[in-house]
Design a protein around this ligand. Sequence first.
Ligand code: PTT
Ligand code: SF4
Length: 610
Amino acid sequence: MKAWTGQLLRVNLSSKEASIESYPKELALQFVGGRGFAMKILWDEVPKGTNPLSPGNKFIAAVGPLSGLAMPNVGKTIVAAKSPLTGGYGDGNLGTHFGSQLRRAGYDLVVVEGKADAPSYILIEDAEVSILDADNLWGIGAYEAEQKLEDLHGKNIGTLMIGQGGENLVKYATVRSMMGRSGGRPGMGTVMGSKNLKALVAKGSKSPEIADPQAFRQLGRDGFKDIRDKPSYDEWMSQGTMLIHAWCQEFSVLPSYNFREGQFEHAEALSGDTMEKMKEKTRGCPSCTMQCGHCIKDSEGKSAELDYENVSLLGSNIGMRDLREVATLNRLADEYGLDTISLGNTIGFAMEASEKGILDEKLDWGDFHATSQLITDIAFRKGSLGSDLAEGTQHLAKKLGKSALDFAMQIKGLEISGYDCHAAPGMALAFGVCSIGAHHKESWVITHEVDVGRDTYDEGKVDKIIELQRIRGGMFEQLVGCRFPWIELGFNLEWYPKYFNAATGLKWTLNDFWNLADRVYSLIRSYWVREFNGEWDRTMDYPPQRWFKDPLSVGPLAGAKLDKEGYDKMLSWYYKKRGWDERGIPTKTQLKEQQLEWVIPELARVTDLT
Ligand code: PTT
Ligand code: SF4
């Protein structure tokens, strides 16, 4: 096998043992890498019903056959585990040198199991694997920890680490790297914390062997040039993901006041144009010429990175109106290793609950000082409010009871990212059926929907959602590359089979990637059903009641809300097209067609299969 190393590294923190395993060729051919590898291992190795915070859960970092090669935007790594926030499959795709160093050390993935008896970190240097004392790293933030690791092990290392949020088991703690990248929204950092694992460090000395190095080199050069020559390249470099902020305000999808509204009266102060004027530098992932992390000085004069999601959730969604203050909240989240999307949602929910008088504590929209203190309380689980908010929106809503779940902006336990869907049924469905809970990463159908008409509930939108899932939730998560060259600049998708074939010697087409994506979608869905012990029905794929019940009250779309019947109709089309039944559970026929027949016995133990 070319391009894949064919090896997996397993580290057991309880027994303090590490082993190198060759994995079967079929794993590579049937799952390719990243998300596919992670899901297969979780299905096989983490028994049904495992507590995500117990030693039985596994933390997986996985790359793909292109990771670390000389081509655009493949400096990413998938981090995955059973999610402590949702109870289902969880993962994230973050920029880091860890993946390329792991490959250079000779592995396509590392599986961490058990629990260390004291704070530890894992050092991987080719075949040498050590579990080291992390006493002087525990209790400090992600930036400082990374600096200390670089001081100890040199600059040319790849690291994955957690901040204090992960140590204190905040349910939406992320994995951090490169002083700015953050991934694994559904608590992948929490799983590391539950294992007493502060960091993983990799350093390798060999390059992965590929089938046609000469052709690959040329393709690599051509790809970088193609990206830099794109007409929209300069515009992208000016604001990155913040370009979408003004669009979201214009089209009433900018989450404001806990997704009560889609427009914000102070949007201009938080816009991409405002950010551009304040910008001091850009940062980004390895092997990328599109550096999308834009940094400004925050309200304390420290450098902080901004992306659209951070600015929408920690900005308009909680009533903040000063970009430097938003940057401070963002920097705190980065330091503590908390997901900004879940954090901004949870705080927004608490502010609304306080306003409605169903939360005892007083929390005002836009109160910067109270919010920054609250973020610290969450990271350290200080006080009952800090501790409750550390559990996430769904938990707090259930605790408050009454109709609180109606305005808890989450699906399957994962908080919704920055697109209000009062008038966007397709995007609402995309959130509803995303495989890790409400994330925009798989099917960002909102711009298409605005183009084709927002008030329709039609089959075409469902087709588009599946098309985008195959690309974004499928190919890019299996190959473990960044999707931005394609989605933001129009880098042609046909490049990817070319890279893949030159590296592996195979002859895949895009269609092969779509089939693979569909297989992984069915497997992930089967995993959720298994973990929920068959107590699964279509309501798991419903968005919060707010979008059906409370119409927007400001802007040109005032009065807009979703139609429940229309949503259900689209959900049924989605299931049918995926080969799943009316509950959203894969049918036996579909599982067999997708070479997932081995899933059937275990799934049949928890539910009737059709
Ligand atoms: C992603 C999610 C996003 S999605 C953002 S901003 W975005 C938030 N960023 C956070 C942050 O920063 N700090 C923090 N403490 N929490 C944060 N939470 C939020 O996390 C990210 C980029 C972005 S920026 C996006 S859209 C794209 N996502 C990709 C993806 O999912 N897959 C893929 N193949 N390519 C992608 N390219 C882009 O990567 P999660 P990153 Mg992240 C400061 O991983 O778990 O999906 O969370 O990984 O390296 O930071 O890249 O407007
Ligand atoms: Fe990383 Fe942004 Fe480059 Fe993608 S575009 S590889 S997220 S820096």
